[in-house]
Design a protein around this ligand. Sequence first.
Ligand SMILES: [Fe+2]
Length: 282
Amino acid sequence: MSDEIDQILQQIGELPPLPQAAQKALALIRDPKSSMGQVARVLSMDQVMTSLVLRWVNSAYYGLPNPVSTVQQAIMYLGQNTVQSLILAASVANMLYRPLPGYDLARGDLWRHAIGVANGARLILSNIDPKSAEEAYHAGLLCDIGKLALEVLLRNTDTEDPQFQDRHFSELEASLCGYDHAYLGGEMARRWNLPTPLVTAISFHHKPSQAGESIRLASAVHVADAAMMIFGIGIGRDGLRYPCDPVAFEMLGIREAQLEDLFDRMSNVVHAAEELFGMIQA
Ligand SMILES: [Fe+2]
């Protein structure tokens, strides 16, 4: 099956390499002994990232009364995990900012959606399972990377065709290449050597009840994703056919009626996503 997926990824689109800075950030994330000093060292080797972290901590989003001028201060204020996640987001920003015409997603739509889901998933787990909150951010950020590969096939597919009408969008995707974007995204993450719980959460973010030991992580991404879809951020062609998995809501003790409140708490960062992308490009 691995060979078959390699072939699919080769046929339908090149697997984008994981940028170097993201590899370094993820190596630190994977290392439970990584220290604030190591993060500062990785940053100091990369002027672009240093400048991004400083501009982000001094942005209107945080509204600090006094400017922060050193990387060490920025890490102290934001926290090591947030800085690592910021590096990861910056590293994949160009990949996620692309337009995906096959999904009716304009330039920037997938990026805003990813930032929202990442923050929402982190917010959800920060109360229930704080140790996994940052991992939820990573899973949320990368949950839809499979769309980068699948969208080429969707460009020439009439998704309104009666044969697809009563099917979930993931079934439609699977009918095109055998797998939906969630599973393909998980396989891309596996080829980037990302940790297994992260791969599983990406693969099952639409069916968290099948995520085994990663059920909580996948559920947090699913619920945050649902909130973004319901409030119309990055819905594209598939959003209107997004089936909510009740198991995810039960697992996290969240009712669907609470999604509005969750979205309210996420909306600040969704609005700041554009500002963040501008800083990454500057
Ligand atoms: Fe998805």
